[in-house]
Every structure is written in structure tokens, then in C-alpha cells.
Design a protein around this ligand. Structure first.
Ligand code: ZN
Length: 178
């Protein structure tokens, strides 16, 4: 950050009084700009013994497979965000079952929350950010063509947990802490 988003003056990086880490401070309007992690919400949609994956039409990781997920919008809940992303990327209406994975992705300052979801019907398609969407059984998952570590983790957890038919919430931390 170089300029204050409130008044347009230059900002400087310094530790505010009573704080313990550097922030972007505007000396003109006295705003302290805090940068905090963003939340990504999404779904692991299940139909029968298959899961729904989307092949990305956009960078990063264009052409690789992912679960429908994306940055939350202001004014929506994590549940609403997960449903919206699934609708936008996979053209699918799903029913959320439970929160399934919470991943702190330290190197990109993101928290990803994926919900286990049921597809009432095998209705889906490719949204604007998707080249194609498809259902995969465990043996069909393209493990070498998955877009993100968070996605392969969630899929590994799912097929593991499915044996017991128990899907406890999984907490994961990836990436180096700076
Ligand atoms: Zn300012």
C-alpha cells in the first residue's frame, strides 16, 4: 500500500502506539490501515459415490481441477458464499451438510472453509470461471491435476472419512509463517 484509501495521501509503515506490528499509517487523516486474511468459502459437492469437480478456466492454475470455492462477498455468510460459488462455478444447487475443512493458508493470508454438500440431482455445468464440471468416483479423481493443496487435502479426508461414514471438522494449516 502506497496511498491512503481514505484521503489519497502517502502512507508510511510503522508500529502504531500500543500495537506490536507495522501497519500502514496515514499522517494526514490519521487512519491506520489494517491488512487481514481473506476468507474463501466453497463446497465439496457429493452425488452418490461421486464428487463434483470443476476445471479452472482462469489463472491461477488454469486447466486444473478444483472444488467450487471463492472469496466471500461483503454482507454474506460463509454458507451463502459457499452456495453462491457452487452456483456460479458449477451451475449446481446443493444442500450443505456440515462445515468440513478449515484451512489457514499462511503464505497467502487466506482462510478457506469448505462445506460438505449433497447434490439432490446430478445437475451441473460450467460457469464462467470453469472449463468443464464433472463427477468423479474415488478411483477417477485426477490427483495429479488438482489445482490446490487444500483441494487434494479435502478430497483425501473425504474418501478416508467415508469408510466410517463420519465427517468430523478438519483443521489444517499450510504454508510458511512469515
Ligand atoms: Zn488518509
Amino acid at each position: 500500500m502506497n496511498y491512503c484509501s481514505h484521503c489519497g495521501s502517502s502512507v508510511r509503515l510503522a508500529v502504531p502506539e500500543g500495537d506490536n506490528r507495522p501497519r500502514h499509517i496515514c499522517d494526514n487523516c490519521h487512519t491506520i490501515h489494517y491488512l487481514n486474511p481473506k476468507v474463501v468459502a466453497g463446497c465439496l459437492p457429493v452425488y452418490g459415490d461421486k464428487v463434483l469437480l470443476c476445471r479452472r478456466a482462469i489463472e491461477p492454475r488454469k486447466g486444473l481441477w478444483t472444488l467450487p470455492a471463492g472469496f466471500m462477498e461483503n454482507g454474506e455468510s460463509t454458507e451463502q458464499g459457499a452456495l453462491r460459488e457452487t452456483r456460479e462455478e458449477a451451475l449446481a444447487e446443493v444442500e450443505l451438510i456440515s462445515l468440513y475443512t478449515v484451512t489457514s493458508i499462511l503464505h497467502v493470508n487466506q482462510v478457506q472453509m469448505l462445506y460438505l454438500a449433497r447434490m439432490p440431482q446430478p445437475d451441473f455445468g460450467a460457469g464462467e470461471e470453469t472449463l468443464e464440471a464433472a463427477l468423479f468416483s474415488e478411483t477417477e479423481i485426477p490427483w495429479d491435476e488438482l489445482a490446490f493443496e487444500t483441494i487434494s487435502n479435502a478430497l483425501r479426508f473425504y474418501f478416508e472419512d467415508r469408510k466410517q461414514d463420519q465427517f468430523p471438522l478438519r483443521h489444517v494449516e499450510i504454508g510458511a509463517n512469515r
